[in-house]
Ligand binder design. Structure first.
Ligand code: SAM
Length: 220
């Protein structure tokens, strides 16, 4: 799968993408990540990407034309979507990640400043927010989406089954049960004895019960 990010900071995510599962997925050619500098698609000598908002107000807005030109230059794959990252978009979810993982290509537009000219909406498949808060740029949201999607692509995770039982996968409300590892006892915090019993049926029951408990606790 190919991920394309339109940004004015094409190197900002370098170190992140050069580590962890993303690095491995790129090496195994399961995913490709291309950064496109919006500034390269300006035509004036100062490479201006932004301008003042019509109607007044603080801050600057990304201009439409450089984004339009950048999108035109990207080779489109068969199953491809263009997503504008914005706090005003639809909330990103595990279900959305699953649907993106079936695509051949996801093109992500990362804004800065006060956002982008509203006409960029005419160029995109959808607007997505990673949560009800405001960051200074769309690059971290792009990285969040890439990581959530990449780990669902077969072969990306070391253990194929681990993504299947993750929170929000079995259904959108599902939360994973608590997990423990060695040591069995630390201070007065022992591992629940049922998990040491070797009785798979009882362990499954305990996990189901505690998964539901986690859901209730989260709602409070
Ligand atoms: N003025 C905009 C508003 O009030 O909705 C916020 C602009 S924000 C400072 C600059 C850029 O960061 C946005 O264009 C978007 O690409 C990105 N961004 C910030 N928060 C985001 C979020 N929660 N989800 C997705 N993108 C976000």
């Amino acid at each position: 799968m190919e991920f394309d990010i339109l940004t004015i900071f094409p190197n900002i995510l370098d170190s992140y993408f050069k580590e962890t599962i993303i690095k491995r997925a790129v090496k195994k050619r399961l995913i490709q990540i291309q950064m496109h500098n919006i500034r390269d698609f300006t035509v004036d000598k100062h490479h201006t990407v932004d301008d003042r908002p019509y109607g007044g107000g603080p801050g600057m807005i990304f201009k439409l034309e450089p984004i339009f030109r950048a999108l035109k230059k990207i080779n489109r794959r068969k199953k491809s979507k263009i997503v504008l990252l914005t706090p005003t978009g639809k909330q990103f979810t595990q279900q959305k990640a699953k649907s993106y993982a079936k695509l051949d290509q996801l093109i992500l537009i990362a804004g800065r400043y006060e956002g982008v000219d509203a006409r960029v909406e005419k160029l995109v498949s959808e607007k997505i927010s990673i949560g009800p808060y405001v960051l200074s740029g769309g690059e971290l949201p792009a990285a969040v989406i890439i990581e959530a999607v990449a780990r669902l692509i077969p072969g990306v995770l070391g253990h194929e089954d681990s993504a299947k039982s993750d929170s929000f996968t079995i259904n959108k409300e599902y939360l994973e049960y608590p997990q423990y590892t060695r040591p069995v006892k630390f201070k007065n915090w022992p591992v629940p004895t049922i998990l040491l019993s070797g009785n798979h049926k009882s362990i499954e029951l305990w996990r189901n019960k505690n998964s539901k408990k986690a859901r209730k606790k989260r709602k409070k």
